[in-house]
Design a protein around this ligand. Structure first.
Ligand SMILES: *[C@@H]1O[C@H](CO)[C@@H](O)[C@H](O)[C@H]1NC(C)=O
Length: 121
């Protein structure tokens, strides 16, 4: 329950940070305001679908979204590559790589905890 609530909160916060959500425009160029009380019938009633426009809030937000998207594509393709070629991609860790501590924190390559962690393994 808490995980679902927190995940929903983070998703909504990110959407509101990144986008303006605006009414759709009619053929006359005027905004079409959806009726907030228009719900489906039946036991499992929900708001009916409505058209809208979703725009990045600014040019810098748009650039940030694009750069995060490109980063996610790289990570995703590396993960897929690791899954499809597990043997080929086994490589020796070097001191210049970031590590994850036992507590799950990302450690910089030169941090003392990362050094200790690397000498243990
Ligand atoms: C309610 O939604 C339906 C389905 O989208 C639509 O046909 C209808 O015009 C809407 N009614 C109002 C009052 O907005």
């Amino acid at each position: 329950m808490h995980l679902a609530q927190n995940s929903l909160f983070i998703s909504v916060a990110r959407i509101l940070w990144a986008f303006d959500i605006l009414p759709a425009l009619g053929a006359d160029g005027k905004p079409i305001i959806p009726d907030p009380w228009n719900f489906t019938d039946g036991f499992n009633s929900k708001p009916v679908s409505f058209r809208c426009r979703i725009k990045a809030r600014s040019a810098s937000v748009e650039e940030r979204i694009e750069s995060e998207w490109r980063g996610a594509l790289v990570i995703t393709s590396e993960l897929l590559d690791d899954i499809t070629h597990p043997v080929r991609n086994t490589h020796t860790k070097t001191d210049s790589e970031f590590r994850v501590s036992r507590a799950g924190e990302l450690l910089a390559p030169d941090s003392s905890e990362a050094q200790a962690y690397s000498s243990e393994s």
